[in-house]
Design a protein around this ligand. Structure first.
Ligand SMILES: [Fe+2]
Length: 491
């Protein structure tokens, strides 16, 4: 497959090969604009803290140990702290000063001889964070969450919700997957405060596990739906009406190949493009509905809701194909295939009565890491913000910040040559009485931007309406742009 080298991507990977320094609440230097004084709160981000370790380059973007970055805004300054999540595997590898564990996309050096039947994988705890039920958790979809001290960011240990995330199925199921996966994309219901989440559980019988966690932090396994394959699913939709929507694409792990060590789990993934995507809807009564749509792979949903006519809407960033392990490895060398698949904004409408699924393109832009106004989860909404590229962009890189009006299809973007940006977290602007502004884009965006020419990483505060940079603060070092973050109103 023809590939092209992108120096900016290469520079980004090299600058972040291995972050080692951990800072303790240092004040960031303001290098442009001014901080909005009313922007008070905390941005927490999680992501892969490095692309290689002890001389071993990871084969996959998802394999670096989780590093949490915290930015505390007090209205005048921003203080920065970063901490690696001290998983048991991280601690053991640090002590041994070498790679000890296989991970999602990287086997140990040495081929089958060193990987054969090495069934313990590294929990990287690197994908996202959630604050709910009195706990701050670092999440990774392949295993248990890790609980963090919200003040120090110290790791308090693996967290299983008092045993709810211990595999309750057969001995063989427990052997294959002892700890129940808890995805990195939980959703909190806007009315009940209940956190809903899922895990895809490989076993003698593969299952889609659905969890509910009360606002007090009490969890239960609400459903365990058999799946014919060990499907790879990363995100789901929760509507205010109480529907949960899952896309089970024919993109599945070959568990035998992965567990025996013939390949990493990621490289074991098989894609059957001739098969449709199964859509599973669990309605508020607990009834399960199954629908189908043509093949396509979705990492992230934008949002979803039940329309006035009862139709369910699921807005997704839809890939025409699944990015296989060789293309991810090429990405980490700064190379992108000419036909690199990128995701487009697509609206699915699901009619549970007739079982029909229709799809509609929302834009010609491509994007990833979509965010919405936090008060619009599960409800009709107007805007999404993401990284992406306009159709006229000559580069396949998602190197623009974009804003899309999903109702009109109108989009705008911001671009700085030689830079890459992170997922933009949306922070509603507060009115004088302390309530969030009713206008959906009357908000700030907070995100990171890496500049290749200066090899620097900045924290940006932008106006969500027009994407204009309001403040730029320089980090004392480069860190990877990471995956997902959240905003807390308290500092
Ligand atoms: Fe994600």
């Amino acid at each position: 497959m023809p590939v092209r080298h992108y120096p900016i991507l290469h520079d980004y990977i090299v600058a972040n090969r291995c972050v080692t320094t951990e800072y303790d609440d240092v004040a960031l230097e303001l290098v442009e604009g001014a901080l909005p004084p009313e922007l008070v709160g905390t941005l927490l981000r999680n992501g892969n803290g490095r692309f290689e370790h002890h001389g071993v380059k990871y084969d996959h973007l998802f394999d670096g140990d989780g590093m949490v970055a915290r930015f505390r805004f007090d209205g005048r300054q921003v203080h920065y702290r970063n901490r690696y999540v001290r998983t048991a595997e991280f601690v053991a590898e640090e002590a041994a000063e070498r790679m000890l564990y296989r991970s999602f996309g990287t086997n140990l050096p040495g081929g089958i001889r060193t990987n054969f039947l090495k069934t313990k994988f590294k929990n990287t705890a690197n994908t996202s964070l959630v604050q709910h039920g009195g706990h701050l958790l670092a999440l990774w979809e392949g295993g248990l969450p890790h609980r963090l001290d919200p003040d120090t960011l110290d790791t308090l240990g693996r967290f299983d919700y008092e045993g709810v995330l211990r595999n309750p199925f057969s001995w063989l199921d427990r052997l294959i997957t002892p700890e129940m996966p808890f995805s990195a994309h939980p959703k909190v219901h806007p009315d009940t405060g209940v956190l809903h989440n899922f895990g895809t559980v490989a076993g003698a019988q593969h299952r889609l596990a659905l969890y509910e966690v009360s606002p007090a932090g009490e969890a239960r396994l609400a459903h365990a739906l058999p799946m014919p394959e060990a499907t790879f699913a990363h995100d789901f939709v929760l509507t205010r009406s109480g529907h949960q929507i899952f896309f089970l694409t024919p993109v599945a792990f070959d568990v035998l190949r992965a567990i025996t060590g013939l390949t990493s789990p990621a490289a074991s993934i098989r894609v059957n493009r001739t098969q449709p995507t199964q859509i599973v809807v669990v309605d508020p009564t607990g009834a399960v509905h199954r629908l189908e749509t043509d093949f396509g792979f979705t990492f992230h949903f934008i949002n979803g809701y039940q329309d006035a006519d009862g139709t369910l809407v699921a807005d997704a960033l839809l890939l025409g194909d699944y990015p296989d392990s060789p293309s991810i490895k090429a990405y980490l060398a700064g190379n992108l295939p000419d036909d690199q698949p990128q995701a487009t904004f697509v609206r699915f409408r699901l009619d549970l009565g007739s079982g029909t699924v229709t799809r509609q393109s929302l834009s010609r832009y491509e994007g990833e890491l979509p965010e919405i106004h936090p008060a619009r989860v599960g409800q009709p909404y107007r805007y999404t913000w993401a990284i992406g590229r306009p159709p006229e962009s000559p580069s396949p890189l998602l190197d623009h910040l974009i804003k899309l009006d999903v109702q009109t299809g109108q989009a705008r973007h911001a671009y700085e040559s030689g830079t890459l940006c992170s997922e933009p977290v949306v922070v509603p602007r507060l009115t004088s009485n302390g309530a969030a502004s009713p206008r959906e884009d009357d908000a700030y965006l907070v995100y990171l931007r890496f500049a290749a020419p200066t090899r620097t990483t900045d924290l940006i505060v932008a106006d969500a309406a027009d994407l204009r940079t309001l403040a730029r603060l320089r980090l004392p070092h480069n860190i990877p742009l990471g995956f997902h973050g959240l905003w807390q109103e308290q500092t």
